[in-house]
Design a protein around this ligand. Sequence first.
Ligand SMILES: [Zn+2]
Length: 178
Amino acid sequence: MKAHFIEQQASRDLARRLLVRHLRVGPTVSLTGLSELEVRGFYRAIHGKGAVAGQYPLSYSLARSRPGQIKVSLFVWFYRVIGKEQVFRKVDPDALIKAYDFFHETTSQVFMAELNLTDAWVLARDMVTRSITIEECRVCRLHYAQIEYALVPPGCPFCVMRLRKRVTRTNATRVMAR
Ligand SMILES: [Zn+2]
């Protein structure tokens, strides 16, 4: 009975940590095992209004361009480093929160690359089903996310962006030499 109570408290604490970061109700229910009714009540208590409804984003819609793929790649890599191999077996809520906070404290400020916690959860879930894989680039050796049905062609986004920059620079030099 006591163990059950402690478990319930831990689940409620986790729900609170997820909901203050604006995770939506469905993923919070799935990560905590609490009832939808209880999670909706927490959401209302924290945010002062009812939870939003509607579809979740799809991983490939978060990476419609190479910069988008870099954003996803950086988040996925932070999460993988923090959560270790476990992240390919199930979504790890503690690692998800840590990776999300780290992303917000660093990357999103530098690149203005927004990613909310529901987006982050979608990515983490798709790593378990392997519709997102982490590849190591043979050229630059960085790790990047390869997303099933992505709108960008397969390949390393870091190398593509670097090549684009080089082409722009070369063209600029040519114009200046005229
Ligand atoms: Zn590369």
